[in-house]
Design a protein around this ligand. Structure first.
Ligand code: 8IG
Length: 283
């Protein structure tokens, strides 16, 4: 491919403005998908991967690692893709949805700029809404694996921020109450909760889970809060949705099994994909 575009600055260089890289990424997405702008972005976490197929027509699919600022896949042979999907709404209008197929977790050690880059890119494509999804541990016995919970607020336990310098951003109603209401028009039974992000990659100890509960958390996970902060900073409206794939450590007498986590995710996949697709069609 030939391009007259300026070379893309290195996201890891402190002298680089991360928003310049997000702009370059959005330009790449517009060029490669042929879709000049997107309206909504989806970040699909563990268990949520099936939702994209149900949304609508896949207009274009591009390898994520070719987008400026998106890292090479860390697992060999596993290529993340970014999709542009046209969603036809019940009222006859349509929306362009950008499905970001590869999230960078803080525990990968690539720094907070990589963690925030997806949502910054989404904003640069023109999106006004981002749906952040994840798989997580639940603190309530009544939430069985497979339960979907709307995020109402978060507790960021990573001891870091995606924002740099004196960037003071209000996080009131970070997880849009308007979008939570909209989600409940699809499923009125959806509970809401507070999500605590731990750095990972290890799971919490039972004492850490109890501590999180005392602080006000209902869910524990390793993603989402830093992305939500970055999203608010760039003016995106945020809907956060968690899939409880396991009871957090110590909540149930059984120890955590990664196998169980995978099985719960697989069993819930068709149901939550349908739920997410129906919600996105209303946004
Ligand atoms: I899936 O129990 C999933 N991700 N921190 N704790 C944390 N992350 C998770 C958990 C969990 N389950």
């Amino acid at each position: 491919m030939t391009s007259n575009a300026a070379p893309v600055p290195d996201l890891d260089d402190p002298a680089t403005d991360p928003f310049d890289v997000a702009r370059a990424a959005a330009d790449h997405i517009a060029r490669e998908t042929g879709v000049p702008g997107h309206d909504i972005a989806l970040v699909l976490g563990s268990g949520w991967g099936g939702a994209a197929e149900l949304l609508g027509e896949v207009v274009a699919e591009i390898p994520s690692h070719e987008i400026p600022g998106f890292a090479k896949p860390s697992v060999a042979g596993h290529v993340g893709t970014t999709r542009s999907i046209r969603v036809d709404r019940p009222d006859g209008s349509s929306r362009h949805v950008l499905v970001l197929g590869s999230r960078t977790h803080l525990y990968e050690g690539r720094g907070v700029r990589r963690v925030a880059h997806g949502v910054r890119t989404a904003a640069a494509t023109g999106a006004s809404t981002v749906v952040l999804t994840n798989g997580c541990g639940g603190l309530h016995m009544s939430w069985r694996p497979g339960q979907v919970v709307l995020l109402r607020d978060h507790i960021n336990l990573t001891a870091t921020s995606p924002l740099e310098g004196a960037t003071f951003v209000d996080l009131t109603d970070l997880y849009s109450s308007r979008l939570r209401r909209l989600a409940r028009t699809v499923d009125a039974s959806l509970p809401d909760g507070v999500y605590a992000q731990f750095p990972g990659p290890h799971y919490e100890t039972p004492a850490e889970v109890r501590a999180a509960g005392i602080m006000g958390a209902d869910l524990v996970g390793m993603s989402t809060t830093l992305e939500a902060i970055a999203a608010r900073h760039c003016g995106l409206e945020v809907l956060g949705m968690s899939l409880v794939t396991n009871l957090a450590a110590g909540v149930s007498p059984q120890p955590l099994s990664h196998q169980e986590v995978l099985e719960a995710g697989a069993a819930a996949a068709p149901v939550i994909s349908d739920l997410l697709a129906r919600i996105v069609k209303l946004i």
